[in-house]
Ligand binder design. Structure first.
Ligand code: PMP
Length: 361
C-alpha cells in the first residue's frame, strides 16, 4: 500500500487516476501516441477537452451564462489577471482578508489598482483565526469586484457561508476547496482554482467566469491572460499543458464515479469531524481556529510541546503518514484532507496521534 499523503499541494491524486494514466500512457485512445504527444488542436485532444468541460459543468452545475476557461500560471497569476479583466473604468476592487492567500491577492492587486480592504480579520500579532461576520464586510458599491478566499489553505480557515456582494461581482479563490462540496456558481462573478489540490496536478488553473464580465482587458494585458481571448479560442491561445489537462479530466471522472460534489461534501465533513474530535478530546493537540471558521480540508494543529513538531513529522513519515508539517508562515502541523484522502487515512492519522501522545514519540 502507498503511504497516506496529507500534502497541501501539490496533493495526492486518487490512486485509480494514477493507474489509469499509467495504463493509457503509451497509446491514448488508439492514437498510437501518448496524450502528451498529440497536437492540442488535433481531433483526439479536442474531443477530450470537450468531454472535460461537459463533465465539469455537470459536476459543478455550471449555468450556461458562465464560461469555463483554463489558464497557466497557477492561482497566483489570476491575482493580477482578474484585475486586468474586471477593472473596466473602475478604480479597483474590494478584498476580504482572512489569511495568507487572500492577503497575497490583495497585495498583488494593490500594485495594479485600488485594492481596498473591505474587511480584515488579521490580529494585532499578524495571525489569522476566523472569518468575519457577514455584516463586518464593508463593500464599496463602486468596486468592480469583491474578492475573497473561501478556504485559506495555510491557516486552515474556511467560510461557512458565501458573502453577499450585492450587485458587485463576487470573485473567489477556490484553489483548496473546489469540488469538496456543491457550490452555487450563480452567486459568483468569477471562481478560480489552481488544480494541484482537488482537481489534478500543478500547471493548470480553472477559471469560471460569468459571460457578461468577459470584455476586452486593460490595454497592454498579455493576450494569453485575456478572459475574452481565451474564451474565443477554447483556452488554447498558446500550447496548453495538455498532460495536466488530461489528468484533470481523469480526476473529474473519478469524482463523478464517487458520487459527485455531494458525496465529496459528506466525506469531507466526516474526515474533518474525525480529526477535529480527536484534537478537541486531547490536551496534547490544539487547533487555534474559531469553531465556525474551521476548514474541512486543511486542518492546522499544534502540540502542547511545540519543540516536538519535528519528531512528530518524522515519526509520522515512518508510519506512512506523509506531509504533515505546517506551512512555514504559521509553523505547527497541518493535515490536508482533500478529496483523494480517504477516511482510512484520517483514521490511521488519529490512531498515530493517540499513540504519539501516549508515548511522546
Ligand atoms: N490560493 C490558494 C488558496 C492556495 O492554496 C494557493 C496555493 N497553495 C494559491 C492561491 C497559489 O497557487 P499557485 O501556486 O497555483 O499559484
Amino acid at each position: 500500500m502507498r503511504p497516506h499523503n496529507f500534502s497541501a499541494g501539490p496533493a495526492g491524486l486518487p490512486e485509480a487516476v494514477l493507474e489509469r494514466a499509467r495504463a493509457e500512457l503509451l497509446d491514448f485512445r488508439g492514437s498510437g501516441a501518448s496524450v502528451m504527444e498529440l497536437s492540442h488542436r488535433g481531433p483526439v485532444f479536442m474531443q477530450l477537452v470537450e468531454e472535460i468541460e461537459a463533465r465539469l459543468r455537470a459536476l459543478m452545475a455550471v449555468p450556461d451564462e458562465y464560461a469555463v476557461l483554463f489558464f497557466q500560471g497557477g492561482a497566483t497569476l489570476q491575482f493580477s489577471t482578474l484585475v486586468w479583466n474586471l477593472i473596466g473604468d473602475a478604480d479597483g476592487g474590494d478584498y476580504v482578508v482572512t489569511g495568507l492567500w487572500s492577503d497575497k491577492a490583495q497585495r498583488v492587486a494593490s500594485a495594479l489598482c485600488e485594492a481596498r480592504v473591505a474587511c480584515s480579520t488579521q490580529r494585532p500579532d499578524g495571525g489569522f483565526d476566523r472569518v468575519p461576520a457577514p455584516a463586518d464586510i464593508d463593500i464599496d458599491p463602486d468596486a468592480a469586484w469583491l474578492h475573497y478566499c473561501p478556504n485559506e489553505t495555510v491557516h486552515g480557515i474556511e467560510f461557512p457561508y458565501v458573502p453577499d456582494a450585492g450587485a458587485v461581482p463576487l470573485v473567489a479563490d477556490y484553489s483548496s476547496s473546489i469540488l469538496s462540496q456543491p457550490v452555487d456558481v450563480s452567486r459568483f462573478g468569477v471562481l478560480y482554482a489552481g488544480a494541484q489540490k482537488n482537481l489534478g496536478p500543478a500547471g493548470i488553473t480553472l477559471v469560471i467566469v460569468r459571460r457578461d464580465l468577459i470584455r476586452p482587458p486593460t490595454p497592454g494585458t498579455p493576450a494569453i491572460l485575456s478572459y475574452a481571448g481565451q474564451a474565443g479560442r477554447d483556452s488554447m491561445l498558446n500550447t496548453p499543458p495538455t498532460f495536466a489537462w488530461y489528468l484533470l479530466g481523469l480526476v473529474l471522472e473519478w469524482v463523478e464515479e464517487q458520487g459527485g460534489a455531494e458525496a465529496m461534501a459528506t466525506r469531507s465533513q466526516r474526515k474533518a469531524d474525525t480529526l477535529y474530535s480527536a484534537i478537541d478530546a486531547s490536551n496534547y493537540y490544539t487547533n487555534a481556529v474559531a469553531l465556525d471558521s474551521r476548514s474541512r480540508v486543511n486542518v492546522t494543529f499544534d502540540l502542547a510541546e511545540p519543540e516536538r513538531v519535528g519528531a512528530f513529522v518524522a515519526a509520522a513519515e515512518s508510519a506512512g503518514l506523509l506531509a504533515l508539517k505546517g506551512h512555514s508562515a504559521v509553523g505547527g502541523l497541518r493535515a490536508s484532507l482533500y478529496n483523494a484522502v480517504s477516511q482510512q487515512a484520517v483514521d490511521d492519522l488519529v490512531a498515530f496521534m493517540t499513540e504519539f501522545e501516549r508515548t511522546r514519540g
